[in-house]
Design a protein around this ligand. Structure first.
Ligand SMILES: Nc1ncnc2c1ncn2[C@@H]1O[C@H](COP(=O)(O)OP(=O)(O)O)[C@@H](O)[C@H]1O
Ligand SMILES: [Mg+2]
Length: 619
């Protein structure tokens, strides 16, 4: 690696500078970027207490020469650029030379490092920016950074930290993203002595996606490969059926750098446009390779934003690549009646397999000075409760006191379409069922009106109202599911589950650890007993993941609307006349039977007069 030197003032002035160390995850980000820039093929990150008291990052990269160590901790010292012109071609993740000095000024840092050429390694300590020690020590090639007691000397900043659990969750998602951005680097993450992530570095992106997001996502991917003029795009697109409730699953990397860009988000979403329901966001992992001279990375100190020299072209290329990949693909969900949870790995083609074998698996570097016991993962919570199977099937669940009232859906517009109320109990006796159309719509004659009821919307509405009522009366019923539903959760979702387990229980969800990343769902709210529970749960967890900080009662309530929709009879299920009549009977008991919780109409009508006009019987 080139020598580390302090940048000249002119260059410093032109670099987007600013404090970037605001929480443990930013320390981890900077140090992992340094490890990757040092050419490491294996990086181990270990944290305790959400990273607040302890972060250790070990890499097998190029190491730092003893004489260079103090320089590395000076402000604006870097080996990656010399002048501002170098920014035009910079391909390393770091370039500002500020991370080490910033970290060392607000924590207690210990560094152990050795280059391949040196006979011995060095140990360096710096506390609150003050050098404590620099000595020779036996060490393996590579670098270990130990960062203890972040913000110990700046209590005001320490106050802004969240709980260890939340800070730990930020680090988890960061590491998941970094791992996704570098399938060629073996990344290991150990949290409170438990191994949480360990990627193989075998260059196979699909393996990584499987490991981080689980079987359901990995089994529903479409590979993308597109070489456009401005950009080379590769990676995977999630099929629309694994869409999510928020943008956190839109992963993209530009030249290996995780960034945020409204332009790229929009390009991806527009590419999915006709394949995605409104307010749904896709799962993607995309790597964009763009010539450095078409990028300006010197926009924001956190290096999370960048500017494109040719934004239209980039937008167009990404949008098109996404759209073309989706176009013409078989995207219809295949529902299997066999509810047995499968534990097989995603389908990996022979070619991908062969590609994988070409690369040897990297061994993660171990912090050499300690032998750690990695405990087996502890269960999320105690399983003391004894389940009596008979009593278990329908248990009223105690509701937590909630201040928030379930919100009423907005008054639907199509109400105005009806001059006379057609959907009333009084009118019910005069309904004549004609039959079902396309296994979805019920055709009904009522006096001079022809009514068409969408069974899905109607069912949705009924379930929603039932759920709202039960919540208000605080008696949700849990229904046992047998066999349990197995969910594979990512780290963030695990955190959410942990912090909201009481609420989930109150709603009727009983979820227990099932080994590894898997969780078994033993009961669900009885209203949802039916179909698609996996979807509902992951969706709930997704939306809660965004609100980790806040009181989430409202989120849960809002989610109920969409949950009941998921459980609703889908258009396409053929119902018997009896079932349909029961459905309509219940619909008629509702105050507003005209629209589903999302505002779609449950019923439309056509008058005899309109029909006669169409057939030119009258003019
Ligand atoms: N893990 C590492 N392995 C080898 N060298 C490192 C490592 N971490 C930091 N360095 C050296 O220390 C310098 C300063 O690091 P940093 O303050 O993060 O600035 P930057 O990454 O912007 O250059 C780097 O340029 C690099 O030469
Ligand atoms: Mg750096």
């Amino acid at each position: 690696m080139p020598k580390i030197t302090v940048l000249d003032q002119d260059t410093i002035n032109q670099i987007a500078a600013g404090e970037v160390i605001d929480r443990p995850s930013s320390v981890v980000k900077e140090l992992m970027e340094n490890a990757i820039d040092a050419g490491a093929t294996a990086v181990t990150v270990e944290i305790k207490d959400g990273g607040i008291s302890f972060i250790r990052i070990t890499d097998n990269g190029c190491g730092i020469e003893k004489e260079q160590i103090p320089t590395a901790f000076l402000r604006h010292s870097t080996s990656k650029i010399r002048s501002v012109e170098d920014l035009l071609t910079v391909s390393s993740l770091g370039f500002r030379g500020e991370a080490l000095s910033s970290i060392a000024s607000v924590s207690q840092v210990e560094l152990i490092t050795k280059t391949a050429e040196a006979l011995t390694g060095s140990r360096y300590q710096i506390h609150g920016g003050k050098e404590i020690l620099l000595e020779e020590i036996g060490a393996p090639d590579g670098t270990t950074f130990l960062v203890r007691n972040l913000f110990y000397n700046t209590p005001a900043r320490k106050k802004f930290l969240k709980t260890a659990q939340t800070e730990g969750a930020y680090i988890s998602s960061l590491i998941e993203r970094m791992a996704l951005s570098r399938p060629d680097v073996s990344i290991r993450f150990i949290q409170n002595n438990q191994s949480r992530i360990h990627t193989s570095g075998n260059h196979n992106l699909k393996d990584l996606i499987y490991m981080i997001y689980g079987r359901e996502i990995a089994g529903n991917l479409l590979p993308v490969e597109a070489v456009k003029e401005a950009v080379k795009i590769s990676g995977f697109l999630g099929k629309p059926l694994i869409s999510r409730g928020n943008r956190t699953y839109e992963n993209y990397f530009i030249n290996g750098r995780y960034i945020k860009s409204n332009l790229i988000n929009k390009a991806i979403e527009d590419g999915y446009h006709s394949y995605m329901m409104q307010h749904k966001y896709p799962f993607v992992v995309l790597n964009l390779e763009i010539e450095p001279e078409f990028l300006d990375v010197n926009v924001h100190p956190s290096k999370m934003e960048l500017r494109f020299r040719n934004p239209e072209e980039i937008y167009d290329s990404v949008c098109r690549a996404v759209h073309d990949t989706l176009a013409g693909k078989e995207l219809i969900r295949k529902v299997s009646l066999d509810a047995e949870p499968q534990k097989d790995s995603p389908q990996i083609s022979a070619k991908e397999n062969a590609d994988t074998k070409k690369h040897t698996v990297q061994r993660a570097p171990e912090p050499f000075e300690v032998r750690r016991m990695i405990k087996d993962r502890e269960p999320l919570w105690n399983q003391e409760k004894v389940r009596e199977s008979a009593a278990y099937a329908k248990i009223p669940v105690k509701q937590p006191e909630s201040k928030t009232e379930p919100s009423e859906p907005e008054a639907p517009k199509q109400l105005e379409l009806f001059e006379e109320k057609l959907l009333t109990k009084e009118a019910r006796d005069e309904y004549r069922f004609i039959g079902q159309l396309f296994d979805t719509y019920w055709l009904i004659q009522y006096r001079d009106e022809f009514l068409i009821i969408d069974q899905h919307a109607a069912h949705e509405k009924i379930l929603y109202e039932r759920m709202v009522r039960q919540l208000a009366e605080k008696k949700v019923l849990a229904q046992m599911v047998n066999p349990p539903i197995i969910l594979t959760l990512n780290l963030r979702e695990e955190e959410v589950l942990k912090s909201h387990k009481e609420r989930f229980l109150a709603l009727g969800f009983e979820i227990e650890p099932f080994g590894g990343r898997e969780y078994a769902v033993y009961s669900v709210p009885s209203n949802l007993y039916g179909i698609a529970q996996t979807d509902i749960l992951t969706e709930l967890l997704d939306s809660l993941a965004e609100e980790l900080e806040q009181e989430s009662e409202q989120v849960i309530l809002e989610k109920l609307a969409s949950m009941s929709c998921k459980a609703a009879v889908k258009g396409g299920d053929s119902l018997s006349v009896k079932e349909a009549e029961a459905l309509i009977d219940e619909l008629l008991t509702l105050e507003n039977p005209y629209a589903c919780p999302h505002g779609r109409p449950t019923v439309i009508s056509m008058s005899r007069r309109e029909l006669e006009k169409k057939f030119k019987r009258i003019v």
